[in-house]
Design a protein around this ligand. Structure first.
Ligand SMILES: *Cc1c(COP(=O)(O)O)cnc(C)c1O
Length: 399
């Protein structure tokens, strides 16, 4: 029995990217095997994490590494490590940071929400967030001025969620923090490049195992040995509630190994073929402009950007996204990448499709566009009501 029938769930086609709310990514077969193999066995977790450290070191070019529950956990535990070092007394005292350096500097344009606010991941350790600059502008001198004898770490976020212009670039950020003796933690949760940030001089770099790597839900911490060790030791403190099991560690190790062997060119070629198919079929339909758009943080991944002129298409970008997600009975929901829908576009992301689903996505898009053309009334709801509608729809969970 397939998993949808077993749990009574509706299948979903994911063209939004790697979203926790949809189950993150397609876990690669060797990863599933590694997880299944370790589940019935006992191991010394320290030894398994020692193995993880070696694999991470090799994959990321770092001194060492370890696996935790998620990238969000890694942020909290990495910050904690900078405050306590390897002192078990201090580790057990968190989140009480009385007398410790406890300020974390971060650019205001990096204060994102990836499903939860990133500043909360910092505060969970007992640290205080010190924002630098304005939402759309910050400078090296502001970072230098914000660092004082209470500063414990500087956090840098690499993500499409951040403001993409006007902020301090990584190299300048690292130089300014290191000039004042402050370690730099890079949140690179969704980045393909495992080596770039360590090579640039970051002290800790954090990835999600369950995003591009196609691993299980887990976080990967890579970096300087003293800091990685101090972060790992948080498992005897605030890290306990963020623990990863043997299957998560084994799966993350396997994900790192298969990532380095994966035929990235073949994956890219397949994704490009999907984009070409969609572009040719959709561009120039009434009210629809399709463009192939490069990933904003430089990952080797393109997406189809669909701009909707609601007068000609007779449906708005957000109503089209909602219609795709909530189709009539008998059709499969397709979840598009619509976090900028109020600007009258959304993206169709090819990176998490099973073979054949590219056709389902296309047929669903064509069907909804066609339906809008022939509907008695155009479907253009006020955008300002959309968020409230979505919040209300979720409120009665689990009913
Ligand atoms: C997804 C994401 C996170 C959280 O990662 P999890 O591993 O899902 O906890 C943190 N930061 C950024 C930039 C992200 O995109």
């Amino acid at each position: 029995m397939d998993i949808y029938s077993r749990f009574g769930l509706r299948p979903v086609v994911n063209v939004s990217g790697t979203m926790t709310s949809l189950g993150a990514s397609i876990v690669a077969a060797p990863v599933i095997e590694a997880m299944a193999a370790i589940l019935p066995q006992f191991v010394q977790i320290d030894d398994l994490q020692r193995k993880a450290s070696a694999v991470i070191a090799q994959a990321c070019g770092s001194e060492s590494g370890y696996i935790t529950a998620s990238c969000s956990a890694a942020i909290t535990l990495g910050i904690a490590a900078t405050m306590t070092g390897d002192d078990p007394g201090l580790i057990e005292r968190l989140p009480d940071t009385t007398g410790l350096r406890n300020e974390v500097v971060v650019q205001t344009g990096h204060l994102v929400n990836y499903g939860a606010p990133i500043d909360q991941a910092i505060r969970l350790a007992g640290a205080r967030v010190v924002p630098i600059g304005a939402a759309t502008e910050s400078h090296g001198y502001q970072l230098s001025a914000a660092i004082n004898e209470r500063t414990t770490a500087a956090l840098y976020v690499v993500s499409h969620h951040t403001v993409q212009f006007g902020l301090i670039q990584l190299e300048e950020f690292i130089a300014a923090a290191h000039a004042k003796g402050v370690p730099v933690i890079v949140d690179a949760a969704s980045e393909y490049d495992l080596k770039r940030f360590i090579a640039a001089g970051a002290d800790l770099v954090l990835y999600s195992a369950h995003k591009f790597l196609g691993g299980p839900t887990a976080g990967i911490v890579a970096g300087k040995k003293t800091l990685v060790r101090a972060a790992y030791f948080q498992n005897g403190g605030i890290g306990r509630g963020m623990k990863v099991g043997k299957e998560g560690i084994a799966g993350a190790i396997a994900a790192l190994e298969q990532w380095q062997q994966r035929d990235h060119a073949a994956v890219r070629a397949r994704e490009r073929a999907y984009l070409k198919l969609w572009h040719e079929a959709l561009n120039g339909r009434p009210g629809v402009r399709a463009e192939i758009d490069a990933d904003p943080t430089g990952n080797p991944l393109d997406r189809l950007k669909l701009s909707i002129d609601s007068r000609e298409a007779r449906i708005s970008a957000w109503d089209l996204a909602d219609a795709l997600a909530n189709p009539p009975a008998g059709s499969v929901p397709a979840i598009v990448r619509d976090h900028e829908a109020e600007l009258n576009f959304f993206f169709v992301d090819p990176c998490n499709l099973h073979p054949g689903q590219e056709q389902i996505v296309l047929q669903r898009l064509l069907a909804e566009l066609e339906r809008a053309q022939h509907a008695p009334q155009p479907l253009v709801t006020p955008f300002f009501q959309r968020d409230a509608r979505r919040v209300a729809a979720r409120r009665n969970w689990p009913d």
